[in-house]
Design a protein around this ligand. Structure first.
Ligand SMILES: [Zn+2]
Length: 143
């Protein structure tokens, strides 16, 4: 079959649907309350952020845990342009790995500040967007 025989059309699709975060809903409710909600495994004690209803290490149930919202930068990559949802802040933005205080995991999140570089070990605090829809609707700022 030659390229001219293949039947093609352009179609624009728009889907409107309601997405459920299921067992991770408490994490998103926490973001709405301006809190980071982790979980502590009742079996091995490992602390996850975002929370996991079931521990991924030992499969025991976990208990919710409100973290302080503070943490430390492990590594960052400065972005040439701020993501669309953070442009209104008018600041430099990096994508980063953050080690939240009280968690045994790190979390990928944005760091927003006036500097063009955020050093490893910089202390940060969580800030929250007014409307929470995704895991990316919060960010950290240097203390
Ligand atoms: Zn566990």
């Amino acid at each position: 079959m030659s390229g001219t025989e293949i039947f093609e059309v352009e179609i624009d699709d728009v889907y409107h649907y309601r997405l459920s975060y299921g067992g991770q809903s408490p994490y998103f409710h926490g973001l709405q309350r301006r809190e980071l909600i982790g979980s502590r495994c009742t079996g091995c004690g490992f602390c996850w952020l975002p929370l996991r209803p079931i521990c991924s290490k030992c499969y025991a149930e976990s208990e919710q845990l409100v973290l302080s919202g503070k943490g430390e930068i492990l590594t960052t990559i400065m972005l040439p342009n701020a993501p669309e949802h953070l442009k209104h802040l008018g600041r430099r933005v990096a994508t980063a790995l953050i080690k939240p205080d009280g968690a045994d995991t790190c979390i990928k999140a944005f760091v927003v500040g006036k500097d063009a570089y955020f050093e490893k070990g910089t202390r940060v605090s969580a800030e929250f967007l007014p409307k929470i829809r995704t895991i990316g609707d919060f960010y950290f700022t240097p203390d």
